[in-house]
Design a protein around this ligand. Structure first.
Ligand code: EPU
Length: 420
């Protein structure tokens, strides 16, 4: 298994371009299942999760053409096997995103039930409840979700109120609804920018969707969708991760090909910690202060502070002046990075969903273990700050969500090496 070796202590400096968003690209790849015409996607990040999703789609009969720098073309004219097997779903929960589109276009789907994962139980009953409201017959058998559109006419529009805000739940239901008969209203919908990016792609394929980005999305079903070309939005979490790395190391960086508008909550907290930020339309520059101030955060659905930035901000607080409370409200087990940060010398006390972080003068390099994607990112940040050498084990988690991370960090002057 690959490891990452970091020689800490160098402030990040320089400029890098941000990649396309993993969590927008994953549902949009699944949207290709909704039409028999080609979907041409650009700005697709080259990540492990993306290649896993492409493999999953290919074994269903989707043709994938890789145009290199000009992106990917997906064609699901030959869709013949509406199955997401356990082996794939267990490595990537986002595989559940094939359920809605398969049901809408193919009339049936068999998708392995995702198990729990390193950050929490993560059930999918809201996805199922919404599809049932649209007239699907759904039952779970031998660990698989078996779903069928009842009758000849396929799915029918419905008013769906989800019990909680769910990102992939909203995306799955939106994709099911675009080909359903009549109108679907999703109440309590996720407002994440990735939901909006998916809606924009679907609209360019001929879907009728209003209200994406608000808590109420209205979808008027259409007979069929056509081919389209769509550029994936910039990754707001990758952007936030590099901003936190620059803040923690006392650095000065400029990130291009990104959109600050999707990152308000994170940018506000970086301001509060004493960073200076210059916001342009597609770029962000951050200058860290001589010593950061500790800043409390509470994770919540968009537009509030994202759970996907909680671990990275914890690493920032580890070397700030003062104490801060980090409250995780989305996932019940998302503090696995804290024990590893403590191994680097951080002062963190966990009490259920609250972490009290008291800043220390410095961290010391050590060997630590990555447990999930964002936890790994927080260990990279801590390793960049720590004195001496930090070895991060199990970095396959990082490769799921950060494109060419050691190369990008290297461009910013960090001393990072992958050991195979
Ligand atoms: N939930 C349920 N039942 C459901 C659906 C969700 O109880 O049927 C709960 C979850 O267990 C969780 C909360 O609702 O406590 C919110 O989960 P959500 O469904 O929004 O999460 P998700 O759609 O599975 C996406 C991202 C995650 C990100 C979360 C929250 C993708 C592919 N994944 O997951 O990204 O943390 O939204 O913003 O979009 C990551 O990129 O590292 C990552 C984990």
């Amino acid at each position: 298994m690959d490891k990452l070796l970091i020689e800490g202590g160098t402030p990040l400096a320089g400029e890098i371009a941000i990649s396309g968003a993993k969590n927008a690209a994953l549902p949009i790849l699944c949207a290709s299942l909704l039409s028999s015409e080609p979907l041409h996607l650009t700005n697709v990040p080259r990540l492990k999760d993306i290649s896993t999703m492409l493999r999953l789609l290919e074994q269903m009969g989707v043709a994938v053409e890789d145009l290199g720098a000009d992106g990917l073309v997906l064609n699901s004219r030959g869709l013949n096997n509406p199955l997401a097997p356990y082996d794939m779903v267990k490595t990537m929960r986002a595989s559940i995103l094939v359920l809605g589109p398969l049901l809408a276009r193919h009339g049936e789907a068999r998708v392995s039930l995702p198990g729990g994962c390193a950050i929490g139980a993560r059930p999918v009953e809201q996805h199922i409840k919404g599809l049932q409201a649209m007239g699907a017959e759904v039952f779970v058998e031998h660990g698989y979700i078996q779903a069928r559109a009842r009758g000849k006419g396929g799915l029918t529009g419905a008013r769906i109120v989800t019990d909680m805000v769910t990102v992939t739940g909203t995306e799955n239901l939106m994709m099911a609804a675009v080909l359903a008969k009549g109108e679907t209203i999703i109440e309590n919908a996720a407002r994440e920018p990735e939901v909006v990016d998916l809606a924009n792609c679907l609209v360019s394929m001929g879907a009728q969707i209003a209200g994406a980005g608000t808590a109420r999305i209205r979808i008027q079903g259409v007979e069929r969708l056509h081919g389209a070309r769509h550029a994936i939005m910039a990754d707001r979490i990758e952007t936030g991760t590099y901003l936190c790395a620059a803040a923690a190391t006392g650095g000065n960086i400029r990130l291009t090909n990104t959109a600050a508008a999707n990152l308000d909550a994170v940018i506000d907290k970086l301001f509060d910690s004493g960073c200076e930020l210059l916001i342009e339309r597609t770029a962000i520059t951050l200058q860290a202060p001589p010593r950061l101030k500790a800043v409390s955060i509470r994770t919540s659905p968009y537009p509030a502070f994202p759970t996907d930035m909680q671990a990275q901000f914890m690493a920032v607080n580890c070397v700030a002046e003062g104490s801060a409370v980090i409250r995780e409200t989305i996932f019940e087990n998302r503090f696995m990075h804290a024990v590893e940060l403590i191994r680097l010398g951080a002062d963190i006390k966990i009490d259920a969903s609250n972490a009290m972080v008291t800043g220390v003068d410095h961290l010391d390099g050590a060997t630590v273990m990555a447990t999930d994607l964002r936890a790994s990112a927080s260990l990279v940040i801590a390793g960049l700050v720590a004195q001496g050498e930090t070895v991060i084990e199990r970095i396959y988690h990082l490769d799921r969500g950060y494109e060419r991370i050691e190369e990008k960090l290297g461009q910013l002057g960090a001393r990072v090496k992958r050991i195979r």
